[in-house]
Ligand binder design. Structure first.
Ligand code: CA
Length: 228
């Protein structure tokens, strides 16, 4: 059996959903390890260093939100795809704020799951060959995937990094939320654009007064030097 695409950790307590996830991810060439309990899942994440984690929110032992927070607090930036049930919108937003990279709402098609895992991984790898850039007190190096504020590294999730790197590539250029979803998240067509706002507010919180992200009312966002 080939595991050329790496190991995906699935943390899901509904057996039939976990079985489908395992089947479809394995079919795409991923190795798959399944845990049905949040605490066991977190231990597996630390032990196995998966390339991505598909994480259910409602779990015994430790819920997905707490799981995600524990992971990020420990400095683990493995891409996390959060799986939420209908009506868990507050959890979904909280999960993104706590460092999940994306979410999927139940019920979802297995093909959608596979596509989303691939997108999260592609995003974590970042765009190839981009030149270093920066705006104001912020510098962005796409090769080492580091952002520095006044020379000091800032810890960002893969998605946060990709968003800020995308915005500073062309300072002053204005992007719509739909455009950012397509170009940063890889989602063509319409999707919940509030996700962009959530990630922008996280970046602003982490970058503080060095944040170059400017809201362009009624349009979207752009990166400009806040000191000018
Ligand atoms: Ca569940």
């Amino acid at each position: 059996m080939t595991e050329s695409r790496g190991l995906v950790l699935v943390v899901e307590d509904e057996r039939h959903i976990a079985d489908v996830q395992r089947l479809y991810l394995a079919r795409e060439g991923f190795g798959v390890h399944v845990e049905s309990d949040g605490r066991a899942g977190l231990a597996a994440a630390r032990r196995m260093h998966p390339v991505a984690i598909v994480l259910d929110v409602g779990l015994p032992g430790l819920d997905g939100i707490t799981f995600c927070r524990a992971l990020r607090d420990a400095g683990d930036w493995t891409p996390v795809l959060l799986v939420t049930a209908r009506g868990e919108e507050a959890d979904r937003i909280l999960g993104l704020e706590l460092g999940a990279d994306d979410y999927l709402t139940k019920p979802f098609s297995p093909r959608e799951l596979v596509a989303r895992v691939k997108t999260v991984l592609r995003r974590a790898a970042g765009p190839p060959g981009a030149a270093p850039g920066g705006v104001g007190r912020l510098s962005v190096d796409p090769v080492s995937r580091t952002v520095r504020r006044d020379g000091e590294p800032v810890e960002l999730t893969a998605t946060e990094f990709n968003l800020i790197a995308h915005l500073v590539r062309q300072p002053g250029r204005v992007y719509t939320r739909e455009q950012l979803l397509a170009e940063v998240w890889g989602y063509p067509g319409y999707r919940d654009t509030r996700m962009v706002d959530v990630f922008v507010s996280q970046l602003r919180a982490k970058l503080g007064d060095a944040s170059p992200i400017r809201t362009v009312r009624g349009v979207g966002y752009s990166a400009t030097d806040p000191g000018r």
